[in-house]
Ligand binder design. Sequence first.
Ligand SMILES: *[C@@H]1O[C@H](CO)[C@@H](O)[C@H](O)[C@H]1NC(C)=O
Ligand SMILES: *[C@@H]1O[C@H](CO)[C@@H](O)[C@H](O)[C@H]1NC(C)=O
Ligand SMILES: *[C@@H]1O[C@H](CO)[C@@H](O)[C@H](O)[C@H]1NC(C)=O
Length: 333
Amino acid sequence: MSSVNLAVLLVVGLLLVTAKQSMQMSLRNPNAEIESSNCKLGFIHFGLVLTSDNSEKALLDSGLFVPYSENPYVDIVGRRFHIGYLNKTPLVYVKTGTQSVNVATAVQTLLLNKTFRISGIVFFGNAGSLDENVLVPGDVVVPEAVAFTGVWEWEEFRAQNKGKLVFGNYNYPENGENLLGTAAYENITLYSPSEEPKEVFWLPISSSWYKAATEELTKDLKFKECHSGRCLPGTAKVVFGLKASTSDFYVKNKAYGDFLLEKFNASTTDSASAAVALTSLSNGKLFVVIQGISNIVGVESSNPEIGYIASHNAFLVATKFINSFRTPGLACE
Ligand SMILES: *[C@@H]1O[C@H](CO)[C@@H](O)[C@H](O)[C@H]1NC(C)=O
Ligand SMILES: *[C@@H]1O[C@H](CO)[C@@H](O)[C@H](O)[C@H]1NC(C)=O
Ligand SMILES: *[C@@H]1O[C@H](CO)[C@@H](O)[C@H](O)[C@H]1NC(C)=O
């Protein structure tokens, strides 16, 4: 919240020295830039990141996104960056595609383009629940941290240094030895503009935005519980304070899901959040992750509409979060 407020303050100061006419012009035409003696002003945008067609459909079906009348999109690195308002808040949204490299490429592009002036990244997408006592389909999670759990050192059979994941423990029907040995979970190098590169496992969600989310997102949310005549078994809720895991492999296996929950306290699994987190942190940008639960790992769903309901509910929370900020903000380029 602080960066937007700061920018607003900065602008108030600058507007005092900027001609009134040019300000009115800019409010009518948000793409226009005001040239002042020392800087070029333009709208600050939220960066809204999504990976899937379902998520984009939820956004478009809502009717809340209104593209700018001039230059409503730009195509870069094979992605379309849509520029407009979400309920009057200026933002740029992009569908990245799945897997960490695709996600990171699109997020980096969004952050690098100076004309977008991105204040931070709001990511929403679907995830699997690893803990069905806490998270069921339709629920929305705002995790406090996310880790890449697909980065392994795969140890030799009977290696001295054993990794956390011991394949022999999962022999069926009885535990025993397994030539696959063990896999050790590796840290990842976090590069950032303000610090030396460091090895980390958990990537924490930006504390100011996480705090804003916990304050803003608890009231007045009306989640979708039915779609095309298929309904959730219970009432959907938003859950904070959990941890999320990301890997480039899609986790459907219950034994592995239980392992992630037990060893890391990870309550969800997806294939995008950690890539959004790492890219945002590397750029020194604020970010938040919002996950709609679309399945319970290891449980076959009988409701084909759940993926869409999950996307819709996550989008609803993302919108509430974005609209809770005082906007529009303006800033120097
Ligand atoms: C940045 O985005 C603008 C549209 O806002 C586009 O015209 C420009 O080509 C983009 N720059 C790069 C380097 O992709
Ligand atoms: C990973 O980083 C954490 C600090 O974030 C550190 O405590 C831990 O020892 C590191 N693990 C490995 C295997 O390097
Ligand atoms: C998981 O969370 C529980 C309860 O908060 C805690 O007692 C436990 O130490 C945590 N385990 C790990 C591996 O972080």
